[in-house]
Design a protein around this ligand. Structure first.
Ligand SMILES: NC(=O)c1ccc[n+]([C@@H]2O[C@H](COP(=O)([O-])OP(=O)(O)OC[C@H]3O[C@@H](n4cnc5c(N)ncnc54)[C@H](O)[C@@H]3O)[C@@H](O)[C@H]2O)c1
Length: 323
């Protein structure tokens, strides 16, 4: 399967590395509007060929799919062009900066049965699978009744060091910030298991310059009748940390450090589902299999555009604040 990639910044390069040597998915064409970024990718992967524009890449004969790793602004327009050319799309999150355009795109996907998914990587994680078994639709409730969910995120700096080379957009209020970048992954998990969340209360601290992204978020949501507490902030003197705790009458499940999962039944010892790095590698392999299935038009577990838009609506409602 031949894949074109548009956007070769931090995430685009990560995906190139992930796909290198994959048995089925092969990146053949790439494009980035920044010539230096494009040249760097070509130097690193000499077998890649550059397009002359995003439009030219999408029109390239023999391509099966497009992976979009630009900042959110161009996501929907590039997706629509890809559909026009008969390509399947894997798009980065957040889905869009334009809800009306995203709604029209989702209608098209449903009407024309277009193949499209969004890269919320926890979709292919052991943690999500455990949570669905414990609390999802059809669960036999082995952990008892769910009492509450808490999400705690701490960042020593924003952007994080590995994303320091990303564009200015990442630390700006309009498109970036840790809520859209990180909290959204956990809201995706929350809504996949419990359905749509509603913001009850939200307090957001922004820097005084009017441009920079949020520095702290404290919020209460409700999803599936269950209270959800969110606390996320920059704390310069602490190492980065992320945890999502699901607290039930007969036990707890915790997601930690992205792909790490522990669970504990009352009176028993904490049980780990494996080390976070191994679970991450398994999740990534699984994700590529689902992407491949999506390209074939088969069923898969990747989030669709409607699910990703629902996540983004919750995130934007949190960022809007509510007394
Ligand atoms: N799924 C995840 O875990 C995850 C992690 C990090 C970032 N992301 C998402 O990936 C996307 C990219 O993030 P990033 O950190 O790589 O940003 P980045 O700023 O490092 O890279 C974006 C690249 O896109 C290029 N670009 C911008 N507009 C373009 C256009 N119209 N055509 C072609 N190229 C264009 C820029 O020149 C830049 O090189 C964002 O939506 C971000 O939220 C997802």
């Amino acid at each position: 399967m031949s894949i074109g990639v548009v956007g070769l910044g931090v995430m685009g390069q990560r995906m190139l590395a992930r796909l290198a040597g994959h048995a089925r998915l092969r990146v053949t064409r790439v494009w980035d509007e920044n010539p230096a970024v494009l040249a760097q990718a070509l130097a690193h992967y000499p077998l890649l060929r550059a397009a002359t524009s995003a439009e030219a890449l999408i029109q390239e004969p023999g391509l099966h799919g497009l992976y979009i790793a630009t900042p959110p602004g161009p996501h929907i327009a590039l997706t629509e062009q890809a559909f026009d050319a008969g390509l399947a799309v894997l798009c980065e999150k957040p889905l869009t900066t334009d809800f009306a355009a995203a709604h029209a795109c989702i209608e098209r996907i449903e009407r024309e049965r277009q193949r499209a998914a969004v890269n919320y990587s926890l979709a292919s994680s052991t943690g999500l699978a455990q949570l669905q078994l414990a609390f999802g639709a059809g669960s036999r409730r082995p952990m008892g009744a769910l009492h509450g969910v808490s999400i705690d995120l701490r960042f020593s700096a924003w952007p994080r060091p590995w994303q320091a080379g990303a564009g200015a957009w990442l630390s700006q209020r309009a498109e970036g910030g840790f809520s859209r970048e990180v909290l959204s992954h956990f809201i995706f998990v929350l809504q996949r298991v419990l359905g749509p969340a509603r913001v009850v209360r939200s307090t957001v601290d922004y820097p005084a310059d009017g441009v920079g992204s949020e520095q702290a978020v404290e919020a209460e949501l409700v999803a599936g009748g269950v209270p959800v507490a969110i606390s996320a902030r920059l704390e310069g003197d602490r190492a980065d940390d992320n945890r999502m705790l699901w607290h039930a009458s007969e036990g707890e499940i915790e997601l930690r450090d992205w792909f790490g999962v522990t669970q504990q039944r009352q009176g028993e010892r904490v049980q780990s589902m494996g080390d976070a790095e191994t679970l991450r590698m398994n999740g990534m392999t699984d994700q590529l299999s689902h992407w491949s299935a999506m390209l074939d038009g088969h069923s898969h577990s990747l989030p669709g555009f409607a699910e990703a838009l629902a996540v983004q609506k919750t995130i934007e409602a949190v960022l809007a604040g509510k007394a």
